[in-house]
Design a protein around this ligand. Sequence first.
Ligand SMILES: [Zn+2]
Length: 124
Amino acid sequence: MRYDRRSAEAEEYRKRYKTARWRKRRAAHLQQEPLCRMCSAAGLVNDGSRKMDGSLQDNPRRRFLVADHINPHKGDAYKFYLGKLQTLCPDHHDIVKQAEERRGFVCDAGEDGWPTDPMHPANR
Ligand SMILES: [Zn+2]
């Protein structure tokens, strides 16, 4: 058997993305929201065929859309299957995830307008 560097935990996350339940949820989400949310906010129509600057995506491996968990699920099954999703192009997905990792918290707000992340400075 091949040596696998991924931790057991990461392996568990990865498995979850392969479940029929997730695939169904992802497909239903992308059907409901078929355009990158951040490209749309910038006035661009991106169904996964474009880069975030509006030019054609010339890398076929990046020609898709991500059903992104707005609040990181961090392996939590409840958040994974029931947490809110947003559609992002791979460019925007990379940017959002990198910014979150650098800051250590996300800026999403709940229904009441207050940041939902316990790590957000407003909640510390
Ligand atoms: Zn985008």
